[in-house]
Ligand binder design. Sequence first.
Ligand code: FHN
Length: 417
Amino acid sequence: MNKRWERTDWFREARYGMFIHWGLYAIPARGEWVRSVEKLSNEEYEPYFREFRGDRYDPRVWAKAAKAAGQQYAVLTTKHHDGFCLFDSEFTDYKATNTPAQRDLIKDYVEAFRDEGLKVGFYYSLIDWHHDDYPAYGDRIHPMRDNEAYKDRSIQFERYVEYLHAQVKELLTNYGKIDIMWFDFSYDDMTGEKWRGAELVTMIRSLQPDIIIDNRLGGDIKKSEPEVYAGDFYSPEQIVPPGGIVDENGLNVPWEACITLNDNWGYHAKDFAYKSPKQVVRALVECISKNGNMLLNVGPDARGEIPVPSIQILSSVGEWMRRNGKSIYGCGASSLPKPEWGRYTQNGNMLYAHVFDRGIGPIYFQGLKGKIKKARLLADGSELKVSTPWMAEHYSDTESGAFIHLTGAELSDDMDT
Ligand code: FHN
């Protein structure tokens, strides 16, 4: 892969992470956009700040759940759009240490996830509905967008940008090595140099040389000569991009699809539409089959616990990962055409056939005539009889990936791996 993406090597090996949206919005329990959707003023939202305790918050439990799920990294909201800081920032009083929680939630998260051997990422909202110098009246998404009281307020947006830079600096200074900086999100003219993006990224890279940054500061990561702030990976949301992500020359760009387990990022008391483990596995396989990652979201409740349905799905997918993870970690797209029965992932000369819809009769491996030396079911290592050079006998377990071991020489001769 292009030298430009070298710092994402670990990321493209890891392939699968946990996204965590947690904050004051878990108390109203109507999703993380509740302030904007219901146009709540700072004063109307204030009771949640005074009440926030997170008495059951134990990031070690979260970290163990992520590890058992087969996830290799995590990204936690340090500040979402409501401006509430989960970390002990010296630049605001609107922070967890000033609530009944009385602790630096980010410090505990970093320690817990590192202790489990996972990489650690910070989500940081560029948008801030609490800060006095963030544009409000007439803004497309601000809770006070229609509030006349905010119409003629004189704000100094530059003061907000200073605040943003100062907080990113303290996040990347006070918590040791951080692996991902996940900004969210630029919109309309609020993008790129509006955030003083080039200066911000230069500062980030000087503090954390190995960190990777998403593409939501702005710019166009697909350009051969992108803006300094265009990021290290593309971040599609709630979709697995049909053809993966390539740059203007058709070369692969690292990408990560962030996906919710239900209909909301933040906790929602009426969230029942959970995806099934099968849907999650198939989405994960699809991401890797297109050279991407998947960041799967959980939204802990007001007391700090990941909802039981989320835990159950993560655990079930984790069992699949425990048996089939070799077909995910370090894998990417195969040069073979997508088979009718499912998807391929590949790692060097090891081809993984993910059979979703077997249909009837043997599985047909188009283009592999004479190439299959042996076939094993990845989940249990059992032999799959290759009844003719390009067919493998059908087998019962349609949920597990199978690997088809091809001899390296022939494969590298015939297929660009
Ligand atoms: O508005 C946010 C949303 O709340 C959530 O954080 C997602 C996660 O990628 N990002 C924004 C919507 O694109």
